[in-house]
Write a protein that binds this ligand. Structure first.
Ligand code: APR
Ligand code: PHB
Length: 393
């Protein structure tokens, strides 16, 4: 087994791991990033697409915003549709000019990989059998197999950026973490379609048949979702059936959804999850490894980037001054924003999805809430400031 050393071992090359590597590189801190998938796989995976104003500003400040600024689509509002009508929430007017940018997570990951490769610092794809050890000591290690060889990486800190199904969180001894979660009785069937988006802004639709969302990736690519069962069988969904359902849920008098070739179809379940604390000894969890939100609030990617920003600042402070104050506060600092996003995502999800059994009482409450957020300035502002991202939580 060959042994190497680094300051921070980063497990996972999603947005969290790659951004952490970038931030630490800017401060001259050594990192090794280990990813179990191939580069092609990571760069092809279609994920989230909404960046909060604060996330865009942050990526720009750290020099990772070049393509995002030229190709990202700035949106100043979203539409809520219910009872056969659309109502605009003017996000920017309600938040002192803040906005969101539509830019695929996949594109951001490609940009971050290029930045990493330019630095010449290690980023290993297709590593196998990753395991973390000696988390309680001051020299934790990561073992893995790469290109047929067993490797051991000795470091000061391990950053667990390996997503919800990664190995870092489960390596923490039983009884240390408190876990909080909620499973929803529905999922989303999502498509990517080669057609210009039929609306200039995102449309979140409440409908008797279930929720639907019209989103986009570019002026030529639409991203659309329909509420389905969490275990929906894609084999039961022909292209015609998908479009029929989208027309039924999103259609309005005088407005029709444009169809195009479907490039990709996915089903995913929906879950809220948080573990506390986001740290065990020298292992720090960041992003989906520590928390998951249902996608209705568009918060997952933004939270992941916030975590690594806090972690990088704490690591830099520790390496410069020897103070562990930032690292000791890491979990608490992140969890404040995490729980705000958990609440917002849960609230949006409940307001918009067809409840189990379509309970008429619940439906009346949803419609009342939708009317309230689209008619009261105070209620609309509350939605808007959460959607574009709160500056202080
Ligand atoms: N070893 C190495 N890498 C791993 C391992 C492992 N054992 N397990 C998982 N990974 C990798 C995954 O292949 C993935 O590339 O870790 C990465 C985790 O990335 P993400 O799942 O994208 O998580 P994160 O970086 O926290 O970003 C959160 O992703 O799922 C979306 O909505 C979510 O937008 C949010 C964002
Ligand atoms: C997306 O475009 O994938 C998207 C947009 C808004 C959401 C969720 C997903 O709330």
């Amino acid at each position: 087994m060959s042994r190497t050393r680094t300051q921070v071992a980063i497990v996972g090359a999603g947005p969290a791991g790659l951004t952490l590597g970038h931030l630490l590189h800017l401060e001259g801190i050594d990192t090794v990033i280990l990813e179990n998938r191939s580069r092609d796989y990571v760069e092809a995976r279609i994920r989230a697409g909404v960046l909060e104003q604060g996330t865009v500003d942050f990526l720009t400040e750290i020099g990772a915003g070049e393509r995002l600024l030229s190709e990202g689509l700035v949106h100043h509002g979203i539409e809520l549709q219910f009872d056969g009508e659309r109502h605009r929430i003017p996000l920017s007017d309600l938040t002192g000019g803040r906005s969101i940018v539509i830019y695929g997570q996949t594109e951001l990951v490609k940009d971050l990989i290029l930045h990493r490769l330019e630095t010449g610092r290690p980023l290993h794809f297709e590593v196998d059998d990753v395991s973390v050890h000696d988390l309680e000591g001051d020299q934790p290690t990561v073992r893995y197999r790469h290109e047929g060889r067993d490797e051991e990486l000795v470091c000061d800190v391990i950053a667990g950026c390996d997503g919800f199904h990664g190995i870092c969180r489960p390596s923490i001894p039983e009884g240390v973490l408190s876990e909080f979660s909620r499973e929803y009785p529905f999922g989303w069937l999502g498509i990517l379609a080669e057609v210009a988006p039929s609306s200039d802004e995102l449309v979140y639709a409440h409908h008797d048949r279930g929720f639907a969302l019209l989103s986009l990736r570019s002026p030529e690519l639409s991203r659309l979702y329909i509420q389905c069962r969490p275990d929906e069988d894609l084999a039961e969904w022909t292209e015609d059936r998908i479009w029929d359902e989208l027309h039924a849920r999103l259609g309005l008098d005088g407005w029709a959804l444009a169809e195009g070739p479907i490039l990709e179809t996915v089903v995913h379940g929906m879950r809220s999850y948080v573990c506390e604390p986001m740290r065990y000894g020298r292992l720090f969890l960041a992003g989906d490894a520590a928390h998951i939100v249902p996608p209705t609030g568009a918060k997952g990617l933004n939270l992941a980037l916030h975590d690594v920003r806090v972690l990088a600042e704490a690591l830099v402070d520790w390496s410069r001054s020897g103070s562990t104050a930032g690292l000791d506060a890491y979990s608490e600092t992140c969890l404040r924003r995490v729980w705000r996003a958990e609440h917002f995502s849960w609230w949006m999800t409940h307001m918009l999805h067809r409840p189990e059994g379509a309970d008429p009482f619940d439906v009346r409450l949803q419609l009342s809430q939708l009317r309230y957020v689209t008619t009261s300035d105070a209620a609309a502002r509350s939605l808007a400031e959460n959607y574009v991202g709160l500056e202080v939580v």
